[in-house]
Write a new protein. Structure first.
Length: 261
């Protein structure tokens, strides 16, 4: 079986069509107060989350009926397929509810369960990052690249919300916080997007799911960066949710040495 990644052009064109659909729905939805509920894990969900994911799933199943789908709001489909779409209709539902424009839609395509292609779309700021792992990444059509980072002491780190970490995980993350130059909180998927553009050095989070990170990982890897769990392992559909992304491989290795169990 060939290990060479497949062509991406048709998949990327379709992924951007999905992102166009999501952007239109999110821009329309923000004109009115969201219909908000709490899920079993105490996270927010809105009617818009479900409507967007429903629309994207219908488009995927119509165009690629043999592909799998791993999404946030509904049951997974055919995860043993060679290609699986990994989608989060609104990454950052709390910011979406609050009107803070860091929320976005994540559209990833996994190939043999590994991040392959990703779109990070931010409708409120009219920004879109796209990428294919180890091939390329772009922001609004222009190439982007991660930046080198000489040391943890010079690193700008992002963390969406340390409340999603366990007490033991927060203790280990505190060691990063003490050493890093600065930690910025609350960026949701926007934090991973700007890392791919060379604006930050590390993104560290706990409590995430594959739909939170697969698209981001493809973009970051396409920009020359790297992504793993806190033990340095590759992402999987069964991941425990502790993620570290870096522009500089040496900083990822250093972060893992601090964060690993």
């Amino acid at each position: 079986m060939s290990t060479e990644m497949p062509p991406h052009s048709d998949f990327m064109a379709f992924a951007e069509t999905l992102a166009d659909q999501s952007r239109s729905m999110l821009l329309n939805a923000r004109q009115s107060a969201p219909d908000v509920a709490l899920k079993a894990d105490a996270s927010f969900v809105t009617a818009t989350d479900k409507a967007v994911e429903t629309a994207l799933r219908e488009m995927i199943l119509k165009t690629y009926p043999a592909h799998g789908i791993l999404g946030e709001e509904f049951d997974n489909i055919n995860l043993d397929a060679e290609f699986v779409w990994v989608i989060d209709p609104i990454d950052g539902t709390a910011p979406f509810i609050a009107g803070i424009p860091v929320y976005g839609t994540l559209i990833g395509l996994a190939w043999r369960r590994k991040p392959f292609l990703g779109v990070i779309d931010h409708p409120a700021t009219a920004e879109r990052w796209v990428g294919v792992s180890h091939r390329f990444a772009q922001h609004n059509g222009s190439p982007v690249r991660v930046r080198p980072c000489a040391s943890m002491e010079t690193a700008l780190v992002t963390c969406s919300n340390s409340d999603f970490m366990s007490d033991a995980e927060r203790t280990r993350f505190a060691d990063i916080r003490k050493r890093a130059q600065y930690v910025q909180y609350g960026g949701s998927c926007y934090a991973y997007a700007v890392l791919s553009s060379g604006k930050t050095d590390l993104a560290i989070d706990g409590g995430l799911d594959p739909f939170d990170v697969y698209a981001c990982a493809a973009v970051i890897e396409g920009a020359g960066g790297c992504v793993s769990d806190w033990n340095g392992n590759a992402l999987t559909f069964d991941m425990v949710g502790n993620i570290v992304a870096a522009g500089d491989r040496a900083r990822l290795d250093e972060a893992v040495s601090i964060l690993k169990t």
